[in-house]
Design a protein around this ligand. Sequence first.
Ligand code: SF4
Length: 431
Amino acid sequence: MRIHLSALGCRLNEAELEQWATAFTGAGDQITTSPDDADVMVMNTCAVTREAVRKSRQKLQRLQRDNPAAKLVVSGCYSELAPASDMAELGVDLVVPNTQKDKLVALTREAFAQPDMPQAATIPATTALFNRNRHRAFIKIQDGCRYRCTFCIVTVARGAERSRTVEDIVNEVRRLESEDVKEIVLTGVHVGGYGSDLDIDLDGLVKALLEQTGIPRIRFASVEPWDLSPGFLDLFENPRVQPHMHLPLQSGSDTVLRRMARRCKTESFNELTQSLRAAVPNFNVTTDIIAGFPGETEDEWNDSMAFIGTQGFGHIHAFTYSEREGTKAATLSDSVPMAVRQERSRQLHELAETLKHAQLQRSIGDTADVLWERGREVTSEDGITLWRHQGYTPNYQRVITLSSTDLANQILPVKLLSIDNGKLMGEIVSQ
Ligand code: SF4
């Protein structure tokens, strides 16, 4: 994980920051000076005076605004004294009491590190991947899954597929539109199975949304890379359907995929990604991969890495395999030693960074429409006040820009100029 640490108040608070930094680094995490690219932001607060309380609150608000996707962990005297409702209002994900400060790193890692497998291929990656905000809403279109992937517990817990009616979904989207939401993300356990219990499929739903609502941007969350109808690709001809899909591959080795009971093998996955990119250049494909599935041999792992390396993923959600009671995989013999799983996961993170950088690099020089999120005022070196905004391109790449006006909730084109700390930097194109 990438961790951003900050403190207010006494020397002790500062010193604790040092200790935490050492412990996080020792556990394999990375300390980042900027909140923008953090997965977790930790703040040591202070309440010695009313001013210290005000500053602690202000700092928490700023952190939340700078990177709403990151987890916010708070400790120190203000978080100790403030009511739980204040913490909720400030978007705090975890409060570590002063008496447990020496366990802050362990508690944070327990809560947010991702050595664990997803509950299903779909839901957790969605929440981790998509940044929620006032202008983006998640629409649950179905529940349940007809398949039995051997690592997945959700299919057992959530039962058969049940889809919401088109009318119901259209009404919800119209309501969100009237509240100025600009982008919807269609989610579910098995999104590609939408409509299996009704007389319609996912294409039909998206076409209805395009015809019956004016919502400017429609995205898919996580979609299993099968059960997509031949007409599915044509949806992307409409620029309101955003050219990004999170397609959980799970492994790049066909023999591992068989043991996982996945319905997609590498060849058909490759065909799908090729077709998506033929339909829309620079189509962003992101994925989930599990490292160290039971029985995964060195050769299978190497094959898997080689295949993953050919897929140009914009992001890989890497999971270290962990046994989950109630799944078939947990009963498989031949488990991979934990140290090997972790080493494979480390290699996967490295490959993910390389692929992501290449994907960002391919975007340099392009102009893209970005939905700008709430910004903050900053003062430039020559004393001018500017707005610093982040937003996402249609293919879900994060862009930062500086503007002389507030761009919040507008979709405006930006020229993509450079990469800084894993993010694109851009300049608004004057209209
Ligand atoms: S397709 Fe597999 S991983 Fe996805 S929800 Fe169904 S059983 Fe779980």
